[in-house]
Write a protein that binds this ligand. Structure first.
Ligand SMILES: [Zn+2]
Length: 388
């Protein structure tokens, strides 16, 4: 056995649910799970309540989170279809890590956050989701601010067309075709290239999506990409074991999609591995497939899952350090926080000792041949802002 001393991981994609949904997670339980897994910095997504869509709202969120955080945290700002250049500048000046645009997620005024509405709606309480046109309108501001623009890349029009009743996982796959991801990546990349802003495609999950990332990079688009352990390790066949606990958007797809995502990570077309850690309550998950909420926790298994993937498929476990620490540090302009000691010969079973408020995840039962022994990072989390 060897004890590896590695930089603390930076998970570029978590939903800490704080403030807003303490029944799902808060920053204390998130931090405990992250730290146990060697993740000492989390970059938190803006679909909490109130969603941080202005500099003032971001500052309020940071103050709230500060009291609970046990790992360093960066905060994404929310890009709405009504966002103005001034609001984006305010978010950047307040210290946002970047902007998140949820294609297909409207903003609900009364709830002060985003809500999933692929079908569109005439509800006056809803502001339409941001679109390619929104990104085009804000393109000059996004380019001058220089922060990454993360998109949830699934084309809402394609999802609307494909909608159908869902009884089985096969139905679910048909209701959310991979073309939705490919089209959204292609269209966002066109806008990013035209304006020169930095596009960060999160949770790449399909072979078609990987193809568009490759094409965009070949065309010199300022684009980086993330995938997640669940897309590297799971496929539709796992539904028998995991059931609705593995429902997430975008979907975990087929074995050939998984192969394409694996290859893209190994050859550097995908830059980072983040988790899209998104806990829900058991009551929200343990439902018939169509009604179950989409999302799974995962932050606690990020490092060991990435190390195991790197050793088994890349021939060198240390490749994982690039995906979970070095590239996120470069892309987001934050330094890794402290060090983690990891035994390269002990086994971690995903799910065992889970510390998230929702301990059950899509990865449960997978065995990774690494174990976090010790984390050497300050016990209180600090707010990290991009250094540029
Ligand atoms: Zn997410």
């Amino acid at each position: 056995m060897t004890v590896l001393r590695l930089p603390g991981a930076i998970d570029g994609h978590v939903h800490g649910r704080d403030p807003g949904y303490p029944e799902k997670e808060d920053f204390a339980s998130l931090s405990a799970a992250a730290r146990a897994g060697g993740v000492t910095t989390v970059l938190d997504m803006p679909n909490n309540v109130p969603a941080p869509d202005t500099g003032e709202a971001l500052t309020l969120k940071a103050a709230f989170v500060a009291e609970r955080a046990g790992v360093n945290y960066g905060l994404w700002g929310l890009l709405r279809s009504s966002s103005t250049s001034d609001q984006l500048r305010g978010l950047a000046e307040a210290g946002a890590i970047g902007f998140k645009a949820y294609l297909g997620y409207a903003y609900r005024f009364s709830a002060r956050t985003v809500t999933y509405t692929p079908g569109g709606s005439a509800d006056e309480d809803l502001e339409p989701p941001p679109s390619y046109e929104t990104l085009d309108r804000l393109g000059p501001a996004l380019a001058s601010l220089g922060l990454p623009v993360a998109v949830h890349a699934e084309d809402p029009a394609i999802l609307r067309e494909a909608a159908r009743p869902v009884g089985s996982y096969a139905d679910l796959l048909e209701s959310r075709p991979a073309e939705a991801e490919a089209t959204a990546i292609r269209r966002c990349a066109e806008v990013a290239r035209r304006h020169g802003f930095r596009l960060h495609v999160v949770h790449v999950a399909s072979a078609l999506g990987v193809g568009e990332v490759r094409r965009a990079r070949a065309a010199d688009t300022p684009l980086t990409a993330e995938t997640c352990p669940q897309y590297l390790w799971l496929c539709d066949a796992d539904f028998e074991r995991a059931g609705p606990w593995m429902k997430m958007y975008p979907l975990i797809r087929t074995a050939s999609d998984r192969e394409a995502v694996r290859a893209a990570l190994l050859d550097g077309v995908i830059d980072t591995v983040g988790t899209d850690h998104a806990p829900h309550t058991a009551a929200e998950k343990d439902r018939p497939l169509e009604a179950a909420h989409a999302g799974s926790p995962g932050v606690q298994w990020l490092y060991v899952a990435a190390l195991e993937f790197a050793r088994r498929f890349g021939g060198d476990a240390l490749l994982a350090v690039r995906w979970v620490a070095e590239r996120p540090a470069e892309i987001f302009g934050v330094s890794p926080n402290g060090w983690v000691e990891i035994d390269d010969a002990a086994v971690t079973v995903a799910g065992d000792g889970a510390l998230s408020r929702q301990p059950r995840s899509a990865l449960d039962g997978l065995e990774f041949g690494f174990r976090v022994l010790r984390v050497d990072a300050p016990p209180a989390g600090r707010w990290v802002r991009p250094t540029g």
